[in-house]
Design a protein around this ligand. Structure first.
Ligand code: MLT
Length: 326
């Protein structure tokens, strides 16, 4: 091994230990400034709601503010690509979900990131069951009539979603394959704005995460036909499951979680994970998430390893269900 390489090796070693020392020093002092949390959809939607509820509490623990930056486009993949390329220093994070970190993989063959390779899993925040929703004057009183009507009028149906690769798109693609229909998809920058269009009657129906729909359902501004989970949801005790309502094949739930760019120091990721876990035990945070129908992960579901395993299994699951859309 010639002199240069030996020197470089020695230097490399020295640099590595300096970096490690700096990293651990960096981790010890982290955070020393404001953290940016990218939300890949419009404000007011389910991912934004969950991110704001949990990060407000995390900021108290971390002693620095966490600002939400809504970056929209391409079903959440625009923002997720940006997060994957961000500096891995703990100051840029993303609240991703079943869409951006699983369903997008089969839908975008040329996706600019891979959920497992380009991200550090930080913390699972909430499970979000999917509901079948329709505009207030949709001409069906229950799920059976809804199914019959959309099958008979598919070419007239406008189905709202938050872009190809989003949860609302993927979960309604699953519904379309169960019902063997091809409605017209109407994309929005998130299901926040899509919900406004549903309330306004500009679109006919949508598959959406429960946290975005509970207030509208309780307010009577939209119709809900079923929740796509084996059990009813405590926040909507009168809403039947798809099994009870006669569509047992349609079972789907989403999830939202924090991810950091690959290479973010493990000590910083561990600090963020601990702050998220603490936030999920906060009484006020729990009440707000549970009132909106979300499932809060138990301790064994809050580890980085648990999130990594979830992403892996969901990428496999949705790759078997969805075909390339591009
Ligand atoms: C949102 O926050 O708007 C949703 O998570 C979008 C989606 O994936 O349906």
């Amino acid at each position: 091994m010639n002199y240069l390489r030996r020197t470089l090796a020695t230097a490399g070693l020295a640099l590595a230990s300096i970096a490690a020392m700096a990293g651990s020093g960096q981790a010890q002092d982290y955070p020393t400034r404001t953290i940016t949390m990218i939300v890949p959809f419009a404000a007011g939607g389910p991912t934004d709601i969950i991110a704001r509820i949990v990060t407000a509490e995390m900021a108290k623990t971390l002693g620095q503010s966490i600002i939400i930056e809504n970056v929209v486009g391409a079903g959440g993949t625009t923002a997720t690509t940006r997060a994957a390329r961000a500096n891995p220093d703990g100051y840029t994070l993303i609240t991703g979900h079943m869409g951006t970190h699983a369903a997008a993989v089969p839908l975008y063959p040329k996706l600019a990131y891979h959920p497992e390779k380009d991200f550090e899993p930080v913390a699972l925040l909430a499970g979000t069951p999917i509901l079948i929703l329709a505009k207030k004057d949709f001409p069906a009183k229950d799920l059976k009539e809804f199914v019959a009507y959309v099958k008979a009028n598919t070419d007239k149906m406008n189905m709202a979603h938050a872009g190809i690769g989003s949860v609302s798109y993927s979960s309604c693609e699953l519904l379309s394959s169960v019902l063997e229909i091809k409605p017209t998809g109407v994309p929005f920058n998130g299901t926040g704005p899509a919900m406004n269009a549903l309330v306004g009657g500009q679109v006919d129906y949508m598959c959406d995460q429960i946290v975005n729909a509970v207030p509208q359902i309780n307010g009577g501004t939209i119709k809900a036909y079923a929740v796509a989970t084996p059990e009813r949801n405590p926040s909507l005790p009168d809403l039947p499951t798809t099994i009870e309502a006669g569509l047992p094949k349609y079972q789907v739930s989403a999830w939202n979680a924090i991810f950091a760019p690959k290479g973010t120091p493990p000590a910083i990721v561990a600090k963020l994970n601990a702050a998220a876990a603490k936030a999920l035990d906060d009484e006020n945070v729990r009440k707000r998430l549970l009132d909106l129908g979300s499932d809060i992960p138990k301790a064994d579901g809050r580890t980085q390893a648990a999130l990594a395993a979830l992403v892996k299994s969901e990428v496999e699951k949705w790759s078997a269900v969805l075909k390339p859309a591009m």
